[in-house]
Design a protein around this ligand. Sequence first.
Ligand code: AMP
Length: 269
Amino acid sequence: MIIFKSFNKLNKKVNFKANIGFVPTMGALHNGHISLIKRSNSICKKTLVSIFINPSQFNKKNDYKKYPRKVETDIKILKKLKVDYLLIPKVSEVYKNKNNMKIRLIKKDKVLCAKYRPGHFEGVLAVINQFLTLIKPKYMFLGQKDYQQLHLIKNFIKNKFFTKVIPCKTIRYKGSLAYSSRNFLLSKNDIKKATYVSKLVKKFYYDLKKDFKKVRKLKELKRKLIKNNLKVEYLELRNKVNLSKKINRSNFKIFISFYINKVRLIDNF
Ligand code: AMP
């Protein structure tokens, strides 16, 4: 595996006309990231992983400071997976070209995480814009765990870059709690609580699939979570194609954001 600390060096060495799969991450790698990398390895000739903790997508300074950083372990994992290239760019290089960094969301997109984390997706899209301008991968692998991010990135790059987005399914621990780098910040007991939430939401999803009239019970579910001392930021049903509120039995998805001891987790079913 070749490790690059700058786009310049990466571009000199790597021919992006070749069949290259790109897996952008913020590091602290887990089974979710690993599944994306394996998918890229299976479709593409070469795989490029990036580790970049993007400061502008954190709307709270403390959240950025506390975000898990595990570069040494990450490198070991990536070598084991036979990843070809790893890019760890510096903030100064990513933010050099200010013109690529001014992104605005339209009003209809300011829902779910975009509503509760102002500036978050503007930061995400700015970095994706910069990455795809500087490197031109054929494929980019993104997880459905961050469903709204996937949705916004897909729309954003549609008429701008030829990179094809490959959505990858959410990997869960024993079928319930989704793997997340933020899980590294949780105690064993916190993990239990988070698992409890995902089990409840998952059950609600399957209940709705059977009988959509139960949609009325959404508030009840939220109350149950709050009663268990969980801070629920949002729990909403949305259309899985455009994230609008026009939902029915076959097009809905459940989105949740909640806090466990100041650690913010998101999921969707
Ligand atoms: P992150 O490092 O959190 O920015 O995530 C990097 C990529 O991994 C994103 O495309 C995420 O959607 C994806 N990802 C994170 N967690 C999971 C998971 N549990 N299953 C599948 N993909 C995931």
